[in-house]
Every structure is written in C-alpha cells, then in structure tokens.
Design a protein around this ligand. Structure first.
Ligand code: NAD
Length: 496
C-alpha cells in the first residue's frame, strides 16, 4: 500500500547548532526510513562527540547571554509565539510526523496541538512562579534564589517525537536554561521543523541546539559531557540504567521517564461500556507505542467472559491502515526492527495465552509495518507478555476474583508508570488506587492529562517527576539565602 508523501519532503536532515544548519564534523549520516515502504527517504546527520562538543559550547555561550536573565514575562512572550507558530503549522507538522512514524494522522494532529499547549503552559507557569521565603522573627530572613542550572541535555524517544521534544524543551527554556536536544534516530523528521519555528519566534541563536544521531554515539556523548549538568531522558528502562551509570562520574541531575506495563483493573460493578471504550483506546491508540498504555487488563470474574467477548469484537473492528487516512485508528509501527520485536511477542503470546483477536499482519496489508490489534486472554501473571513491555498493539487480559488478588496482579511487575481503575464503588476506587505501585492513576477514565500534576513513574518506570512546577524545579537550582537581621549569634572561638 502506498501512503501520502508530503510535498517538500527534505532528503537531508542537518544538525542545528548556534543558529546554523550544519552537517556532522566527520560528514557521517544515517538513513531515515518511512514505515510503509521501509525504504530510506532521507539521510540525517549522524552526530558524534565532536558535534555534541560544538553544540554544548554554543549552548554554553548562549547561557552567558541574555536568555537566562530575561524577565519571565519576556521569555513567556517568546514561548507563546512558539506555541502560536506550532498551532498554525499543526497540519504540516502532523503530516510529517505521520509520514515518519506511522502514527494515524488524526492522532498526530492531536499531538501537534498538545505540543503547542506544552509551550503555553510553561510560559504561564514561569510568569506565575513564586518562591519560598521564611522569617525567623527578629533574627533572620531567608529566601530562595532560583537560578537556571545551565545547559540542559534532552534525549527523547520516537513514539510521539515532536510532542515529547516539546515536553522537555518548553520547561527547560521557560526556566532560562539553554539546551542540546538529541532526538530519536528512528524519527528525526519533525525535529527539522524546530529551527525555523524558534527563529521566527525570536529565540536567540545557540539557546536551542539539536544534534541528530545514534543513542550510543550522540546520546552517549551528551550524557558524558562535563559541561552539561543535567539530563532529561525519556526512553526504555534499560537505556535509563545505562545513562544513570554514565552520568555518575559527573554527578548529573537526572530526570527519567521510562517504560511501562500499566494495568487497567475492571471491577464487576464498573460501567462496562465506558471501560471497554477506554481500555481499547488505552492500548491501541498511538499504535500501542505509548508509555502509559494499559497493556494488561485485569477483569473481575463475574464480568470476565462478557468483557472478553465484547473487547475482542471491538478489537477486530479497529481500522488498521494507511496512517495518512483520516479514518485510520491503528497505523504502521515505526521501524522494521521494532515491528520484528512486536511480532516476536505476538508469537510468544500464542504459546502463553488464548488468542481472541489479531495475531499477526492484517491480510489486506501485505507491506509495511502493520500489526492487527492483538488480544490474548487467560494470560498467567508469569507470562512474558504479562511482564514485559511490548510497545505495540498487543494486550494481555487476565481474570481475578478478589480485590487482594487484583492488587497483587497489578503490582506484580517491575514497572510502575500508570494504572487505570474501573469501579463505581467510591471507597474501593480510592483505597485500591492508592495501593497501586504507579506514578499515576486514572479512576474511571482513560489517560487525560492535567499538565499541573506530577508526571512520572516508580520502580523501573522512572526517576523523579516532571509536570507543573516539578519540571521547573528540575531545570533550576534553588539557592537558599540567609540574611541576619539583628546581631549575629556566633560562638566566639579563640578569645580566651
Ligand atoms: P530508547 O531508550 O531506545 O531511546 C530513547 C532515546 O535514547 C533515543 O534518542 C536514543 O537514541 C537514546 N539513546 C539510546 N541509547 C543511549 C545511550 N546509551 N546514551 C544516551 N542516549 C541513548 O527508547 P525508544 O525505543 O526510543 O522509546 C521507547 C521507550 O520509551 C519505551 O520503553 C517507552 O515506554 C518509553 N517512553 C516512556 C515515556 C514516559 O514518559 N515514561 C514516554 C514515551 C516513551
């Protein structure tokens, strides 16, 4: 199947350093594929340590310039212009994102709008920023002098590339940091829109630098760079562990948003129609390539058979196809390597659970990285498809009898990112939800974010929380100032 090819598609993607589009110092490039033909359509500059050095030096110089010292309102005005431009180019942005990632166009458009909202939100937040002050009556006044930390290293994954880049760029810039962004190598296309957006919005040269390249080369060099005091990383838990080790010699601040295997727990008293809508959307939207996907559904026994039957029917009806078609609900997975990984799990699942929907490539789509929405039921908690993150349109459904059993199943994995609880019992809803090991819980809802709330995971799903003022806390240092008001009370050594 052919897909829509955006007009004016670039055939080379360059770094953006100190306001210039540049190739790699050593001229290295890597191929960028589209997920339908799996053929290269562009070559992107493959950054290495020398390119990271240049970008960090530019960001360092920009940090000496006006950016960190602007009044919050001045930075906010510029960030709001970024939001305006992103909003006004949302269709182009979605078109490119869909072409590069295989995400359905309607969902890519939603992500484009969310990217603009991230900039608006953090612009508002820094204008409203307040800091702590403490009085010790008659003796001292203490206050917090908040300072941007310096050059922020931002490393992002491929699942919703532009949106996740905006999720890190916006608080870092709002805080007054300058940045070096290393986008995911599977999906560098939409990041090539940032330079023009930032230029038009009036962000000074060198404040934002973008270095493309492989994680083990460009990403690694950024993590190890001594002049980058902090790394905000989103990606796999295994990569997070490597970065944690590599950041240790320089004792960097780390914010890590990692993998998930989030449970959706459906009690017998839940509104089944709503629960089915949300649990279908929760694992099959964004092609299942979603960190907060509810990829394990735990269903209480009295409604289990009915739930499974209705769920499987809906899953079989999901429209899989050309990502650029507005009616498409599940598009193509990002890259053939990832497709192979997901397909391997589909085969493993056939030995671990009962297949009731999907189970391979859809018959009508012989080419491209397409996987039918796949549903395994009666999955045991020690199954690999219950324990491991698949990051594709594959779900495991497991029955339970009691609340205690549901809690043990929900918490019985190494991850702890999100959880979704479905019940009409208010007491149980809260008490159960509070015992789940996860950074975030949605009660009777799919994943609807309020940007003020903490975002992050526990256990293998992350380190630290961003969201609202927590993001600003990550990108700034809080210097405690102590001022004596009256006479000093110092023990007088050496006067005897
Ligand atoms: P990944 O860990 O393979 O790559 C993420 C980024 O890290 C890429 O830019 C990559 O080039 C870079 N990288 C890889 N190795 C590196 C190294 N040694 N040093 C420095 N950088 C390195 O992840 P992915 O496959 O791109 O993304 C999918 C994963 O991201 C899933 O596990 C998903 O759950 C997770 N994710 C988490 C969240 C969240 O907020 N918790 C959001 C989206 C995705």
């Amino acid at each position: 199947m052919s897909t829509h090819v955006p007009a004016g598609l670039p055939d080379r993607i360059q770094h953006f350093i100190d306001g210039y589009l540049v190739d790699s110092v050593d001229g290295g490039t890597f191929d960028v594929l589209d997920p339908i033909s799996n053929r290269p359509y562009a070559r992107a500059a493959a950054g290495k340590a020398a390119d990271i050095d240049r970008a960090v030096a530019a960001a360092g110089r920009a940090f000496e310039g006006p950016w960190p010292h602007l009044l919050p309102r001045e930075r906010a005005k510029i960030l709001n212009r970024v939001a305006d431009i992103v909003e006004s180019t949302d269709e182009r942005l979605a078109e490119l994102e869909t072409y590069d990632t295989g995400l359905p166009i309607a969902q890519a458009l939603g992500q484009a709008r969310r990217s603009a909202e991230n900039f608006r939100f953090f612009a508002d937040l820094v204008v409203a920023q307040r800091d702590d002050a403490y009085k010790v009556p008659g003796r001292q006044i203490n206050y917090v002098n908040r300072k941007p930390k310096g050059v922020a290293g931002l490393i992002t994954p491929w699942n919703t590339p532009f949106m996740l880049e905006s999720w890190k760029l916006s608080p870092a810039l709002a805080s007054g940091c300058t940045v070096v962004l290393k986008p995911a190598e599977f999906t560098p296309l939409s990041a090539s829109l940032w330079p023009e957006i930032f230029r038009e919005a009036g962000i000074p040269d060198g404040v934002v630098n973008i270095v493309h390249g492989l994680g083990e080369e460009a990403g690694d060099a950024l993590v190890k760079h001594p002049d980058v005091p902090m790394i905000s990383f989103t990606g796999e838990s295994r990569t997070g562990q490597i970065i944690f080790g590599n950041a240790a010699p320089n004792l960097k601040a780390l914010s890590m948003e990692l993998g998930g295997k989030s449970p959706a727990v459906v009690f017998a008293d839940a509104n089944l129609e709503e629960a089915i809508d949300a649990t279908i959307f929760g694992v099959f939207s964004l092609n299942g390539e979603r960190c907060t996907a509810g990829s394990r559904i735990l269903v209480q026994r009295p409604v289990y058979d009915e739930f499974v039957e209705r769920y499987a029917t809906r899953a079989r009806n999901i429209v899989v196809g050309d990502p650029s078609a507005p009616e498409t609900e599940v598009g193509a997975l990002v890259h053939p390597e990832h497709y192979d990984k997901v397909m391997e799990y589909v085969e493993i699942g056939k030995t671990e659970g009962r297949l009731v929907a999907g189970g391979g490539r859809p018959d009508h789509l012989p080419h491209g990285n397409y996987v039918s929405p796949t549903v395994f039921v009666d999955v045991a908690p020690d199954a690999r498809i219950f324990q491991e993150e698949i990051f594709g349109p594959v779900v495991a459904i497991t029955p339970f009898d009691t609340e205690e059993e549901a809690l043990a199943l929900a918490n019985g994995v190494r991850f702890g990112l999100a959880a979704y609880i479905w019940t009409n019992d208010l007491r149980r809803g809260h008490s159960f939800a509070q015992q789940v090991d996860s950074g975030m819980v949605w009660l009777n809802s799919n994943n609807v974010r309020d940007l003020r709330t903490p975002f992050g995971g526990v256990k293998a799903s992350g380190l630290g929380h961003e969201g609202g003022y927590r993001s600003i806390d990550f990108y700034t240092d809080q210097q405690a100032m102590h001022i004596t008001l009256a006479e000093t009370h110092t023990p007088r050594f050496g006067i005897h």
